[in-house]
Design a binder for this molecule. Structure first.
Ligand SMILES: CC(C)(COP(=O)(O)OP(=O)(O)OC[C@H]1O[C@@H](n2cnc3c(N)ncnc32)[C@H](O)[C@@H]1OP(=O)(O)O)[C@@H](O)C(=O)NCCC(=O)NCCS
Length: 166
């Protein structure tokens, strides 16, 4: 997978341990996200998210990447390829710098990612959002995702699953 090709507008690269403080700065401004999806972000939770893969997947299928405008990190994406099926890509996390939201940046990133995934032979993107999070729900529906299946009740919150056919 050619990460650099994920965007025509931004430099995209894998995020590393050294990037954690900058990732934390971006995430910590998105308080509403963590109100629905607790606990609130910490540098330790980012470090663990960087390594987390779904059961049965390998770290080589994980793309925890940053989108940069020059030197400035403007968005973070966690993508798992070939999960939960060989032709599906799974978005585990996507966040845009709070100061830059509502300008179409998030939609543009997802549109360009969708085009890359089609080219790479994927047919579906799947994800989930916390039930009741109005920002996440409106954003994913605006970007062509449709809910499917039952609401999944987790320990601290429930999630809605959604997918988009590419
Ligand atoms: C969701 C998110 C990625 C959207 O990024 P963005 O760059 O603002 O996206 P766009 O400008 O392309 O689209 C904005 C759309 O998001 C939705 N949205 C954004 N803020 C919203 C809010 N406070 N309430 C309801 N909908 C909201 C709307 O559908 C909006 O479209 P509109 O402007 O036509 O109403 C960004 O708000 C974010 O990072 N949120 C925190 C993390 C998160 O919830 N990620 C998704 C779940 S993994």
């Amino acid at each position: 997978m050619d990460i650099a090709g994920f965007s025509k507008n931004y430099v995209v690269r894998k995020l590393q341990h050294d990037d954690i403080p900058v990732i934390y700065n971006l995430c910590s401004k998105n308080k509403m996200y963590y109100d629905y999806c607790p606990p609130y972000v910490t540098e330790q939770s980012i470090e663990s998210d960087m390594k987390a893969v779904p059961f049965g997947k390998n770290i080589s299928d994980k793309f925890y990447v940053g989108y940069y405008d020059g030197d400035k990190l403007i968005a973070v994406l966690d993508l798992i390829r070939k999960y939960p099926s060989p032709q599906t890509a799974y978005i585990g996390f996507f966040m845009v710098d709070a100061d830059l939201q509502k300008q179409g940046i998030g939609s543009d990133i997802i549109a360009q990612l969708s085009a890359v995934l089609v080219n790479d032979g994927f047919s579906t993107i799947q994800l989930a959002w916390v039930d009741g999070n109005p920002q996440a729900e409106a954003f994913w529906i605006k970007n062509g995702f449709a809910k499917f299946g039952d609401v999944c009740e987790l320990e601290k919150y429930s999630v809605i699953r959604a997918k988009k056919t590419l």
